[in-house]
Ligand binder design. Sequence first.
Ligand code: ADP
Ligand code: MG
Length: 235
Amino acid sequence: MHTLELRNVSKRFDSLQVLDRIDLKIPQGEFAAIVGPSGCGKSTALRMLAGLETATEGDVLANGAKITGPSPERMMIFQEHGLYPWLTVEKNVAFGLELAKVPKPEAMERINAVLEKVNLKGFNHYFPSQLSGGMRQRVAIARALVMDPDILLLDEPYGALDAMTRLTMQNELIRIWQGTGKTMLLITHDIDEALYLADKVYVMSPRPGQIIHTTHYEAPRPRDRSSEEFVAYRR
Ligand code: ADP
Ligand code: MG
């Protein structure tokens, strides 16, 4: 049984064929990436795994069961972080917990723990407009992590950030993920990012998206190097 699975999945929007017979199996705890050109159907595939979109053909499964809608077990993080500008950092992170009716003292404990984890300790009462782009993306990650999902689905989370911030955030993401046993699926058009971060990289063709290549890394991987080594490696 796989944590996430696409079985012979195709997707059409009216006459527009976006995905063409995709097969994908992601085991528990793997950090996988899908890379492909803009418009090839990456976000559509991820939205199906998040339960936000249905397949035209084929099956979309999580832990062996067909996905019928969104679940707090599978949290998605978007390129446009999607924070509520009128809510503070704390309130943005608290949103899902309030919906889940988590008691206030437990919610506060979880919010503070997760803000510390993403290096935003003490920023509870800031508004998104008072934060940098990298910090806003950290809040978006905190908002997903606070629900303690088994699976994180990341849609080009660092696409809008400058190169140095992106590198910092990529390394942070690895630190957050390591040792949690969580499954991560990142989609990106940046092949360097995919190769640096993921255990396994799926390459998609231009639309209609098909998996045309799969790369599997053995340790030590680029992400296991120190950041100084990695900067040198990228040059
Ligand atoms: P990617 O994330 O790889 O850039 P997307 O999955 O966002 O690609 O989009 C793939 C194609 O499907 C694009 O041509 C896009 O315009 C189209 N598309 C995505 N969502 C919809 C929709 N809800 N209705 C119609 N067309 C859509
Ligand atoms: Mg996209």
